[in-house]
Design a protein. Structure first.
Length: 213
């Protein structure tokens, strides 16, 4: 199971998270988010080890701005968290990894995802709210049983030390990784390193158990 820590903002905290060796780290380029990174220094991201996928998160941003930031900061992946079309997502595929996020609830129509097959690398399933991520709320994970495509997905939305044991029991064949954000913070954008250490240990224990069994 891959680990993505999203919503990083502060240089010293970014380094501390990177030292834990997650698979992905996320930086939010959405002005209405309390985790908006704004004009983070390029060398802050340059110091993130190459083994970690640096991911820029956008909400209905224009193509030119996204391309500029990919080049400026050397992002390895982008996460599209708004109403971006499949063709828009596909225009970046092959240049960077493309993650397309969707907010889920009990009534989510999974047929909406069909158009994105072969045009994104991953989906990210978050809790459907009036805001774009970072709500700290979970959704009913049973709805994942309705997902039948072959595109791997990240699970997001209210993941915490209180529910990661349950998350680890999800057996969906396309379950690729977890996205850790607001429940692992002291303030928006500032991650609690001790909580993350506990989460990493729990996830790695489960992954090792899976491999052995």
């Amino acid at each position: 199971m891959k680990i993505k820590v999203c919503g990083l903002k502060y240089p010293d905290n970014i380094k501390a998270v990177a030292d834990l060796a997650p698979d992905y780290v996320g930086f939010i380029y959405y002005g209405r988010s309390p985790r908006f990174v704004d004009d983070i220094a390029a060398d802050t991201l340059a110091n993130v080890p190459a083994s970690i996928y640096k991911t820029a998160v956008f909400v209905d941003e224009d193509r030119q701005t996204i391309s500029k930031l990919i080049t400026q900061y050397g992002f390895d992946a982008i996460q599209l968290h708004g109403n971006e079309s499949a063709d828009f997502a596909n225009s970046f595929k092959g240049k960077v990894q493309v993650i397309k996020a969707f907010g889920l609830n009990e009534d989510f129509d999974f047929s909406r995802l069909n158009a994105y097959t072969n045009k994104v690398d991953y989906f990210l399933f978050d809790t459907k709210t009036d805001i774009y991520g970072g709500s700290g709320k979970t959704f009913n994970w049973d709805v994942l049983e309705k997902y039948k495509l072959n595109v791997p997905f990240f699970l997001s939305g209210g993941l915490s030390l209180d529910n990661l044991e349950q998350v680890a029991k999800i057996t969906h064949p396309q379950f690729y990784g977890v996205d850790l954000n607001s429940r692992f913070e002291t303030t928006p954008g500032l991650k609690d390193i001790e909580k993350l250490k506990q989460a990493f240990s729990l996830i790695k224990q489960h992954t090792t158990h899976e491999i052995r069994s």
